[in-house]
Design a protein around this ligand. Sequence first.
Ligand code: HEM
Length: 457
Amino acid sequence: MSTSPAVPAPVPTAPGGLPLIGHALRLARTPLPFLTSLREYGGVVRVRLGPTPAYVVTDPALTRTVLVTEAASFAKGGKIFDTLRFVFGDGLATIADGDTHLRNRRLMQPMFNRAHIATRCTAMIEQVRSMTGAWEDGRPRDVFADMNDVTLAGFLVAVFGTDLPENLRGEFTALMPDIMRETIRQTLLPPWAARLPLPAHRAYARRVERLRALVDEAVDHHAPTAATGCPHHPGPPAADGHTGLFRTLMTGEEPLTRRQLQDEAITLLNAAIETSGTTLAWALYEITRHPGTEERLRAELTAVCGDRPLRPEDLDHLPYARRVLKEALRKYGPAWIVTRTTTRDVDLGGHRIPAGADIVWSPYLHQNDPSRFPEPDAFDPDRWTLDRTPTTRDAFFAFGDGRRKCIGENFAWVELQIILATVLQTWPRLRLVSRPPRPQTAITVKPDRLTMVFGTS
Ligand code: HEM
C-alpha cells in the first residue's frame, strides 16, 4: 500500500452494471467469465452487487497485501461469512479476526500437525480401499458424488476414529450434501429473505440441528463422559488405532467446550469435504483426457509400491501425483470466491477504499492469470517442477495465505494423495462416458456432470 500516489485514483468500475441490481446478474449467471474479465480494468475493480459496491482484487500481489502484509486492515467478514456463521457458529473459518481466533487456531494446530495426521493414514487408506474396491466393474458412476463420499469417509475415520458407529457415518453422509447445497444458496439470498419462515428454510434449520446432534453423538463416542461425567475430563483414550484426531481438542491443555467442539466439527466437515472432493473429480477427469499423464502416474505408483497396496510412507515418494493434484487445484481453484471487509479507509494499489467495504479475492481468478500461468487452460502438471515454479508460486492461492490460511492444508494433501493413488491402484482402466464437464460454481468450482467407468480391463 506504500506505493500509492499522493492523490489516490478512483477505483475503475466494471462496465455493464444495471440499475438497481448492478453486476449481480452477471456474477450469478456467468461467475467465472465475469470474474476473469475484470482483470483488464485494473488491479482492483469496483463492481456493484445490488446497491452495495464490492472491490474485486485481480492482481495477485495486491491479494498478498490483503491477506498477509496489511491483513489488519482487511478483516475476515462480508455477507458470505455472516451467513455461514448461522451454520458454523464460531468455528475457526467464520470467527472474527482477533485474540479468540488466534487462541482457537493455536488449540487446533496439534490436530493438523504432520505427525498426528500420519497416525491416521493407515486407517484412511483401508477405508478408501474398501469403498473404491466395492464399485461395480464397468458401471457408470457419478464421480463428483463418489469423490465427496470417499473424502467424507476418509475424513470421518481420521477425525473421529475407526469405530464410529455405522449409523452415524451413514447419517453424516446423507445430511452433508443437502446442508452444503443449501448453505451456499443462503449466502446468495438477502438476509431478510434467508430469515423468511419458508418450508425450505425450516427444513434447512432442522438439518443443521440434526447435524449438531450427530456431532454431539460423535463427540460422546470419542469422550465417554459416562466415565467422568464431564466433557472436559474425558475417559481414557480409546483403544490404540481407533481414536481420531478430534481427541486432541478434548485432551489438550485447554480442552474446548462442548459448544466449541460442535462448531469446530461442523466447520471442518464443511471446509474439508467438497474442496477435496471436487479437486479429485477434476484430477480424474484431466487424467482421462491426458493418457500420458495417466501413464506417468501409474508408472510412478508401480515403481514405489509394486503390486502391494499403498502404505503411509509411500506418500512422500509420489511427486508426480502431487503435481497432478496441484495442477487440478490451480486450474479449478475450488474455493473460488473469498471476502474480507476493510477495517478503515485504505489505499490499495493506488486506490482509496472506504472503511467497511467488501473486498473480494479469488484463487480461481489468480490461478488462471495468463501473466502468471502461461496457457492457463492447459493442464500441465510439469509447470510445478522446481525449475518452473518461481514464476507461479506467488499466484497460487488455493489454500489462501496469512493468518487465515487453510489450517487443513496438510490433511488435504494426505487425503488427496491417498484417494488418487488408491483409485488408480484399484482400477487399471478409467473412461469418461459423459460429455466434457463444464465448471459450475457452488461452494466450490465443481463439474456440472462427470460420469466415468472404472474397470479392470
Ligand atoms: C483441497 C482442499 C482445500 C482447499 C482448496 C481449501 C481452501 C481453503 C481456503 C482458501 C481457506 C482460506 C479462506 C479465507 O482466507 O477466508 C481455507 C480455510 C480453512 N480451511 Fe481449508 N481448504 C481445503 C481443505 C481443508 C481441510 C481438509 C480442512 C480440515 C480438515 C480445512 C479446514 C479449513 C479451516 C478450518 C479454515 C479456516 C482457517 C482460519 O480461518 O483460521 N480445509 N481453506
